[in-house]
Structure formats: structure tokens, C-alpha cells
Design a protein around this ligand. Structure first.
Ligand code: AMP
Length: 664
């Protein structure tokens, strides 16, 4: 149990409260209760997460009784924190502010002077976006270790898929946050087990990957939150637990080569196919990528299964070789190879998941937000197995869980866990922008316990790791309540128009990229783009790709050769943010960008169509991104030429200004 550093006498008064740190994953062997409080008198909840039962070990884990008991306690924890969300939130804010009372941001810049109450906090602290703390982040990244945002040392930066000036945002984190993330993970399977019993009797086939990481000039690691998690001892050294018993040995997940990682994880999943009870990945796009990989490489995989060896030219990573050969691929299995081959050879891949992994009960992937575009593909491959979205999280903070995981994807609602951070909600108005809020708008922020059913809000968080009233950029709608805690539908990420994987491209970036391409290549031919729109095409290619529809206005007389349009494609890609380019270059999760030149008058037709559907002629603006199928069909029916990016754009790990220390 890690002790939380106490910063002042005010904090010391609270040391009788329950320890802050949660159990490891869903480990049944840990005894630490998570942090939360029962009442406004700050009395600890002693009943909510009682002592863990003495685990009754069996040869391969724990008895069903022990599992049921642990699940019961976890569910009781959820009951408790959702019954008094406001008290828990008061306490969380108090704790964050008292621990960090002396940090530069709170004490000197915003003159909080040790206050820990909501009123003073809301009065003195501005609601901010990343740009507001960018200078602080840069100081920390450059090696300033003074307490700028947080009294605990910043242990690393988590690189968000949200970008600022084309580069990943850097979210500060502290060592203890890992425990909070683990707490959220530990809630998932007890919730799931209420709806799908018996999951402890088999394995999960999850495709999990690490990404490359870099170091800031000051020497702090900068990497995605999941990479940080999988490389941590919380994940690597987790005690045996049937709920974190995966078909992929750790070494295959931790392999920096994404091809070898995917290959070995699929191989292990196939070898253990009858034990698999659930399959998944973090996002739907990642899971579909795995199926696509199987479509391309099943022959190689079958060859290894048949011979009981690993092709040394395919799997060169010694740790992966050793793990797969000693833990999974014990012997030649021609029968399994024949079976996999016969299934993969079939013309249709409909239901391939249930055919190859016949005991699968559900597909565990996020299909909310932009990932909903993958639902039809997942339904096809899984023959309509339930698609389960278990959690909602970010690099800033992990937020909440879905307490009704078998619901339809369109009805998924996440219950924010009030111990994770202090949450506020900015009502969404049409004119809300990303700029700073005026006094009146600041007054409008409401607390977790005060949001209204059916209303939409932008999420604002205050974290233990140094973010205060920070706008995450997600829009949520209140869908209902669990006890007194609200449950939210994820509506969208603000401003994002295009997304295939974890990339998020907004309208301004897209506009800039189109302009760069036109200036660099079309102007010389007297060409310009009169109108354009875009589409994230995840239907005709796997991985999906961005499509730009351009209607040109050409004054020159020389015909524009195809290579010029291809150059335009590449320039657009080069101009997009680093997460997009990483998806193209390193993750291979995004296909080459396509420009489709459409006939003159196409965008007039688009307007006519929108007006026929009820749009106002005066207010009509060309949408910069289209999703509605009939509109995409209209555009596609008028394409005169189609061009793809001829190669990958440039991308290097880390921020472009750090040339140092890139490692896997
Ligand atoms: P990152 O900062 O890269 O960790 O990405 C976090 C963002 O991913 C969130 O702020 C959301 O926009 C999105 N996200 C995370 N979980 C979900 C979910 N369950 N459903 C929809 N979007 C999600």
C-alpha cells in the first residue's frame, strides 16, 4: 500500500480516512479498499469494501465462492459511491486541493491559499483548455521539477490522441494514478459477471498493443496511457486472476514490433480457441484490424500451428518466441491447422469469430463515439454477438464504467465513478467555443450530482495529477441515474470531423491541409478547390481511409496530370496531425488518403438534397464532413477521377521538437 504524501496539517486531519489506493486489477488477493467517504462528516465507509476474504486457492486459481464474494464487494462499492456522489466529490476535491495547496498554479497563480471548498475553488479557478497550461507542461517536459501543477512528482507524460498544434497533448500523471486506473479496471468484470456468468472458467482473447514512446528533453517518459499501463508491474506482474487470464502471453503484448505482436497474439488465440469465452480490443478499429490480419496471414499461422514451431523469419523477437513456444505452442497440431484452414478458406467470412472461437459470449470493444461506424462490420464477423462497451477513459483521467454492458450500442451509458476525479459539467450551447469562458458561463458549470436528465454537457475535470477545471473536449448527455449518480451517453468529441482509429481531425486542421495542398500543387495549373467535403471511409477498405471530395475551379488550359492529385493527397497527409500520421506510418491503422474529383455542380446538388430534407436555404453551409449514406452515394455517383496518396507521410515518435531518445 503506497502512502500518499501529506502536504499540510489540513490533510493530516484526514489521515483516519480509508486508504486511497484500490486493488490491483480485479485481483482477488488484494485487500486494499478504494477511497471514498460515506457522509459529509467525512466518516469513512467501512462497510462498502470489506476486507478481502482469505482467498481459497485451487490449483489454477480461486474458488467460485471467493470470486463471487469479491464480485459482491466490488458491486457494493459501486452502490456506495453512486449513492452519495456529492459527498464523495466534496471529499475528492478537498483531498486534491489540500495535497496540492502549495503548488505554483493554485497558490501563486490563482491565489487559492489553501482553500479546499468548492465555492472558493469555483470562484478563483478558471476553466481551461490545454493551451492555457501549455507553458507549464513545457516547463515540466524540459526538466523543471518544482511543484508547478502537482505536489507529487510528475512520473511521466501520457500522450493523448487529442492534439495541439499538430502534436499529441501531454497529460501529466503521477505514480499513484496507476492505482486509480487499476481500480476502474477492477470494476469491469464483477459488473459483467452479473450478466454473463461463468467467465472465470475460460479466457479472454484480447488484442492489446504497446506503442513507441519517447522522452521529453527533461527525461520524462512520454507515451500513451495504455503503453504505460501494459509496461507497468500492475499489468505485468498481476497475480493470477481468472478475469485477467488472457490468451496472449505478456511478452506478445509487450513486443514493440506491431506485426510480430499481432501475429503471435492471433496464433495464441487460435491455439486456445476452445477456452476463449470473450474476445476484444480497446477500440472496435483495433479488433477489426486483427480480423483483417488473420484474413491476410492465416496460411502462415496455420503452417506454424501444423508444425508446432514459429517461423524464425516471422517471429524474431526472442522473448515472444520463448513465451509462445513454452506457454502455448507446445506441439504440432495438424488437426487444428486443418480446421482453421477450412474455415478461413470459405468464401464468406461472415461469423468467423463464432466459427473459430465457438464459446465466445461477447465482443468487448468500444463502439461508442466515432467507433460506431464499425458496428456493421463487427456484426458481420461475429454473427451478431453482443458488442460490449465496458468503460470510458482518457489520458487525463479514467472516468467511468457501463453498468448495463449488454445494452444496445446506441444505448450505452457510462456511470462516472465519483472517486476518480472531481467532475464538473459545462452545459453545451451552440455558441460554446474552445476559448476562455466569461464569468456567466463559468457560473453555469454544474456538479456531478446536479446534472439534468436529457441535457448535454462538456466534461471538465480536476485530477489528482495536476489538471484543474480542465475541458476534456467530450460532449456527454445524461441518460439516467444509478442511485444518485448520473449515467452519460457519449455524444461526441468536440469539433472532430474525421476519425478512423484514434486519430481526431478537426475542421480547422482539414481546412489548413486542403489549403496547403492547393497552394503547393494546383495553383500552378490555375486550379483551386471551389468546394470540398470529406468522408471517413471504413466500408470499402480495411483499414479505413480519409476521402476528400473536391469540386474544382480551373482557369488554366493545361490538363492537370494524375500525379499532381496524388501529390495533393500526400501534402494533405503531411499537413495532418501526428496521431493521423502515426496511424498511417507506424500503426498501419489508416489507409492512404484519397481525393475524389467530382463533376461541376455536384455541391449544388448536395445543397438541393439537403434542402429537400428540410435544411434552410439561407443557413445552408457545405458540410465539411459527410456521414449520411445517401449523400455519400450522391457524391460517389458524380466522381470523375480518384487518386490515392502514393506513399506514407513523414512521422517520427515524440514531439517534432524533441529529436532525442526515441525507444520502443
Ligand atoms: P486519449 O486522450 O487518447 O486517451 O483519448 C481519450 C478520448 O477517447 C476520450 O476523451 C474520448 O473522446 C475517447 N473515448 C474514450 N473512451 C471512450 C468511449 N468509451 N466511448 C467513446 N469515446 C471514448
Amino acid at each position: 500500500q503506497t502512502e500518499i504524501p501529506q502536504t499540510n496539517t489540513h490533510t493530516k486531519r484526514l489521515t483516519h480516512l480509508p486508504p486511497l489506493l484500490p486493488p490491483l486489477l480485479s485481483s482477488l488477493t488484494q485487500t486494499s479498499p478504494p477511497p471514498f467517504f460515506q457522509s459529509s462528516q467525512n466518516k469513512p465507509i467501512t462497510a462498502a469494501m470489506p476486507e478481502a476474504p482469505k482467498p481459497t486457492q485451487t490449483s489454477n486459481g480461486l474458488t467460485t465462492i471467493a470470486i463471487a464474494e469479491k464480485n459482491k464487494r466490488t458491486l457494493q462499492f459501486i452502490e456506495d459511491v453512486t449513492s452519495n456522489p456529492d459527498d464523495v466529490q466534496t471529499q475528492v476535491l478537498h483531498e486534491i486541493l489540500s495535497r496540492n495547496s502549495a503548488v505554483e498554479y493554485l497558490h501563486h497563480r490563482h491565489r487559492l491559499h489553501g482553500a479546499t471548498d468548492r465555492r472558493t475553488f469555483k470562484k478563483l479557478l478558471p476553466v481551461i483548455s490545454y493551451e492555457d497550461i501549455h507553458p507549464d507542461i513545457t516547463r515540466i517536459a524540459n526538466g523543471d521539477t518544482s511543484p508547478i501543477l502537482c505536489s507529487s512528482p510528475i512520473s511521466e507524460f501520457l500522450t493523448s490522441s487529442g492534439t495541439s498544434a499538430g502534436e499529441r497533448k501531454l497529460m501529466p500523471t503521477i505514480a499513484e494514478e496507476m492505482e486509480r486506473r487499476s481500480l476502474l479496471y477492477s470494476l469491469l468484470m464483477p459488473v459483467m459477471s452479473q450478466f454473463v456468468p461463468g467467465l472465470e472458467k475460460g479466457k479472454g482473447m484480447y488484442f492489446l498493443f504497446i506503442k513507441s514512446e519517447s522522452k521529453t528533453p527533461g527525461g520524462l517518459p512520454a507515451r500513451p496511457v495504455l503503453t504505460s499501463y501494459y509496461k507497468s508491474s500492475h499489468f505485468k506482474n498481476r497475480p493470477f486472476d481468472p478475469y485477467t487470464n488472457y490468451t496472449s502471453p505478456n511478452e506478445t503484448i509487450l513486443c514493440p514490433d506491431s506485426y510480430q505482436s499481432m501475429y503471435s497474439q492471433l496464433l495464441c488465440g487460435l491455439c486456445q480457441r476452445t477456452q476463449v469465452l470473450r474476445v476484444g480490443a480497446v477500440f472496435a478499429s483495433g479488433f477489426i484490424r486483427a480480423i483483417r490480419f488473420l484474413e491476410k496471414h492465416w496460411q502462415l499461422l496455420c503452417r506454424d500451428i501444423r508444425s508446432g514451431t514459429l517461423d524464425p523469419t516471422v517471429i524474431t523477437d526472442p522473448a515472444v518466441r520463448e513465451a509462445v513456444l513454452t506457454k502455448v505452442l507446445h506441439r504440432p497440431d495438424p488437426e487444428l491447422a486443418d480446421f482453421v484452414e477450412s474455415e478461413c478458406r470459405k468464401d464468406s467470412w461472415q461469423g468467423i469469430i463464432t466459427r473459430l472461437w465457438p464459446n465466445t459470449k461477447y465482443v468487448d470493444v468500444i463502439v461508442t463515439g466515432t467507433m460506431s461506424q464499425y458496428i456493421p462490420t463487427l456484426d458481420f464477423y461475429s454473427n451478431g454477438l453482443p458488442l460490449v462497451c465496458t468503460m470510458y477513459a482518457s489520458s487525463e483521467c479514467y472516468f467511468g464504467v457501463n453498468l448495463n454492458p449488454l445494452c444496445k450500442p446506441s444505448e450505452v451509458a457510462y456511470t462516472l465513478i465519483p472517486t476518480m476525479a472531481y467532475f464538473e459539467f459545462l452545459p453545451v450551447h451552440r455558441n460554446n467555443n474552445n476559448g476562455s469562458l466569461n464569468e456567466k458561463e463559468r457560473q453555469e458549470l454544474v456538479d456531478l450530482a446536479d446534472v439534468k436528465l436529457g441535457h448535454e454537457y462538456e466534461l471538465v475535470v480536476t485530477t489528482y495529477a495536476g489538471l484543474y477545471r480542465y475541458r476534456v473536449g467530450d460532449v456527454l448527455r445524461v441518460a439516467g441515474f444509478k442511485n444518485r449518480a448520473p449515467q452519460f451517453n457519449f455524444i461526441c468529441r468536440k469539433n472532430v470531423v474525421l476519425s478512423i482509429d484514434s486519430d481526431k481531425t478537426d475542421e480547422v486542421e482539414l481546412q489548413g491541409a486542403v489549403k496547403n495542398a492547393v497552394d503547393a500543387h494546383l495553383v500552378a495549373f490555375g486550379g483551386s478547390v471551389a468546394e470540398y467535403t470529406s468522408y471517413a471511409d471504413t466500408k470499402t477498405t480495411i483499414p479505413g481511409h480519409y476521402v476528400l471530395y473536391w469540386e474544382l475551379s480551373v482557369k488554366g488550359t493545361t490538363a492537370i496530370p494524375p500525379s499532381v492529385y496524388e501529390d495533393c493527397c500526400l501534402t494533405v497527409e503531411e499537413s495532418l496531425n501526428s496521431v493521423y500520421r502515426q496511424g498511417r506510418v507506424s500503426d498501419k491503422s489508416i489507409g492512404p488518403l484519397e481525393i475524389k474529383i467530382v463533376e461541376q455542380g455536384t455541391f449544388d446538388k448536395l445543397m438541393d438534397y439537403a434542402i429537400s430534407l428540410g435544411a434552410s436555404i439561407n443557413q445552408y453551409k457545405t458540410p465539411r464532413c459527410v456521414k449520411f449514406e445517401p449523400i455519400v452515394e450522391l457524391l460517389n455517383s458524380r466522381v470523375e477521377g480518384s487518386y490515392f496518396s502514393p506513399k506514407c507521410p513523414k512521422w517520427v515518435p515524440g514531439h517534432k521538437q524533441w529529436s532525442n531518445n526515441v525507444k520502443n
